[in-house]
Design a protein around this ligand. Sequence first.
Ligand code: MBD
Ligand code: FE
Length: 279
Amino acid sequence: TRTEFEARAAESGAGATEAFRKKQKGGADVPAERVSAMARDALEAIHDVIRKDHMTYEEYDALKTWLIRVGEDGEWPLFLDVWVEHVVEDVNTSHRSGSKGSIEGPYYVPDAPQPEDGVIPMREDEPGTPLTWTGQVTSTEGAPLGGATVELWHADANGFYSQYAPGLPEWNLRGTFLADEQGRFTIRTVQPAPYQIPTDGACGRLIAAADWHAWRPAHLHVKVSAPGHELLTAQLYFPGDPHNEDDIASAVKPELVLDPQDAGDGTVSVDYGFVLDPA
Ligand code: MBD
Ligand code: FE
């Protein structure tokens, strides 16, 4: 049996593609005028690039080869979430006055277990610095949102996600937490490592061919919800991570950087809450 260190791009890609299909079920119903307008604008944008950069036939064929490979590796979810989703997120959340959000990314899995003791599912010997996270969920009016739900998922201290890398328990570092009547929650987990886009798939090929880097800073993913309020999807980051400045997925915002405190016993504690906009 393989360990998480033997993860393969085409496997995590296939997993992300499968998870997305399940979430999408029948698919969306976009009216023809919208499809026409956006498809035309997208094609015109591509035509403009070809003219601006004078794309050669050799380059056009390289592009075709690469696009075919993205599909073969199941990396459309990864590609779109890394290089496109941040603009969709921006356009669709700019009206909010509550907490800033960020992109969902390709590795969310719904219905993670709800641990009674506030400890996220993890291995007995889970590597990484233990992290105790307390916070409160409130409305934009400042009212505590009792019974709010915080879903948390993140990579382990080696940078791998359960269900997308081999050798990890199904729900490792994935949990659903219920806030108390005051909207307060306490979650125990471990600090994640930075995440490297798989280097052995199509997205990795683009990164190498363009001489970019493949890194996202260490991050926690959350979905925070409460009845009558907009669902908040966000990511939280750790100060001092060099990739907070040059995240390949352009998903870091200053409001999303935590202020963790060294508890002096080898663990870290952090207080960070959420303000949800009315639905
Ligand atoms: C990730 O872990 C992630 O959060 C995003 C947005 C893209 C790729 C991997
Ligand atoms: Fe992530």
